[in-house]
Write a protein that binds this ligand. Structure first.
Ligand SMILES: NC(=O)c1ccc[n+]([C@@H]2O[C@H](COP(=O)([O-])OP(=O)(O)OC[C@H]3O[C@@H](n4cnc5c(N)ncnc54)[C@H](O)[C@@H]3O)[C@@H](O)[C@H]2O)c1
Length: 439
């Protein structure tokens, strides 16, 4: 099949590369000339494990190409995916759909013959209907269907998530469009991955409801972690104890500094405003949004406490800045709240992130950027782990102690054990695991 992918960002590039790996002919389009030129030279615009090899392999097989010319790309394809950004609109938190609608207009002007237009961007309920209206208005005689096919991939494991998803959701009642979508995802049928066919509105809502549920789970365990600290309980044990219940499940029960990322916070805000506008506000979700914002802001206070009540004039070593490991994505990362708050309180921040420093530098002023984890530590008063990159899991603790002014660690991802850290001579602070609970 022939596919055009409009928007060659995280989702567009990964989906395009994976569809070409399925055997389809894919042309990825982006307005950003530098991005497309880079891809022509084999340069990935994002860091995602395995993506460079997958792209190179399919480019070489001539199944994957890149262009800035939407018009020629959309002509004669079976399906056009819209995978452009849907950022939060300033002021009201609603998803900014201007890129989606602009892409719809451009597609309308260029498409030729029956075309399935697939919205892969995360969009509020009703967007598919509006995309259809835009195209119908521009091309009253054209043969087309507009389908919703939300993407659930996670940055850091995006390729595996696309190739072996828990499910694929396809929103359309048109049998002709269903057939095209079935053909596109045929390799997943063969490995018996569930494909959920539903209405366009249900499909659009499934995406928001799914990741809102996950955000709620994280926020729930974060609150339980705070309680654990007060009552000398261990949030790891509590999470395991509840997570083994099949009705609850063990995933997304890791306490931490609050969720971040390109889509978790913005999708929550978009759902909240859709729900309000529809006259059916989602009170649990509104609370989750508020608690998560407050939590990220509170994390700096923990570090100040660990430093003995003040960080004024002190040096804080920070490991990890991205919102999670295996990505260079800094969008809404807790580090964006924590680092400026520490600086405002008078601290000097020395930081290292394995992949995120290029993205972080324009966002975090006044930081002393370091070459590796140990480079952050000389004369540091406190060591803070914000992101749980694998390379921070097995630090040489003797070396850490010898470099730092005082052996104080604030581990916001719970990657070390409280009791053994204490035995190793550290003053160790984590989330929801008081030392007493580990004895
Ligand atoms: N990143 C994720 O993990 C993830 C996961 C699931 C869903 N999503 C959703 O997928 C969508 C895309 O997210 P992303 O992270 O890939 O965004 P991104 O910002 O990385 O990429 C979007 C790209 O679209 C391009 N673009 C915009 N308008 C265009 C047009 N008219 N023609 C050609 N190119 C155009 C931009 O130049 C940019 O390169 C969003 O709705 C997002 O919420 C993201």
């Amino acid at each position: 099949m022939r596919v055009a992918m409009i928007g060659t960002g995280y989702v567009g590039l990964v989906s395009g590369a994976c569809f070409s790996e399925f055997g389809h002919d894919v042309i990825c389009v982006d307005k950003d000339e530098a991005k497309i030129n880079g891809l022509h030279d084999g340069k990935m615009p994002i860091y995602e494990p395995g993506l460079d090899n997958l792209v190179a392999k399919n480019v070489q097989a001539k199944r994957l190409t890149f262009t800035t010319d939407l018009k020629s790309a959309v002509k004669d394809v079976d399906a056009v995916f819209i995978a452009v950004g849907t950022p939060s609109r300033r002021g009201d938190g609603h998803a900014d759909l201007s890129y989606v609608y602009a892409a719809a207009e451009e597609i309308a002007a260029a498409m030729d013959g029956y075309t399935v237009i697939v919205t892969k961007s995360t969009v509020p309920v009703g967007t598919g209907r509006e995309v259809e209206r835009i195209i119908r208005e521009a091309r009253p005689d054209a043969e087309f269907d507009v389908v919703s096919n939300p993407e659930f991939l996670r940055e850091g494991s995006a390729i595996e998530d696309f190739m072996r998803p828990d499910r694929v959701v396809i929103g359309t009642r048109s049998p002709r469009a269903q057939e095209v979508m079935r053909d596109l995802y045929r390799p997943l049928y063969l490995i018996e991955k569930p494909i959920v066919f539903t209405s366009r509105q249900s499909s659009e809502l499934i995406k928001y409801a799914a990741n809102t549920f996950l955000a709620t789970k994280i926020t729930f365990i974060n609150e339980i972690a705070d309680l654990c600290e007060k009552v000398d309980a261990d949030v790891h044990d509590v999470a395991r104890g509840i997570g083994l219940d099949g009705r609850i499940g063990r995933k997304f029960l890791h306490a931490g500094p609050g969720y971040g990322g390109s889509w978790f916070p913005k999708d929550r805000r978009a759902l909240v405003s859709t729900a309000r506008e529809s006259g059916s506000p989602l009170q649990i979700v509104e609370t989750v949004v508020r608690l998560n914002e407050e939590r990220k802001q509170r994390m700096a206070e923990r570090i100040v406490e660990a430093a003995g009540g003040s960080v004024d004039g002190k040096t804080i070593a920070v490991l990890g800045l991205t919102f999670k490991p295996n990505t260079d994505d800094m969008r809404e990362s807790p580090s964006l709240d924590i680092v400026p708050a520490l600086q405002k309180a008078g601290a000097t921040v020395r930081a290292f992130d394995p992949e995120g420093m290029g993205e972080a530098k324009p966002l975090l002023a006044g930081v002393e950027w370091c070459d590796d984890a140990y480079d952050t530590m000389p004369d540091a008063d406190v060591l803070v782990i914000i992101t749980e990159w694998n390379q921070f899991r097995a630090l040489d603790l003797d070396r850490v102690k010898s470099l730092m002014k005082a052996p104080v660690m604030v581990d916001l991802r719970n990657i070390y054990e409280p009791q053994s850290m204490e035995e190793d001579g550290f003053q160790y602070f984590s989330i929801g695991r008081p030392i007493a609970a580990s004895k």
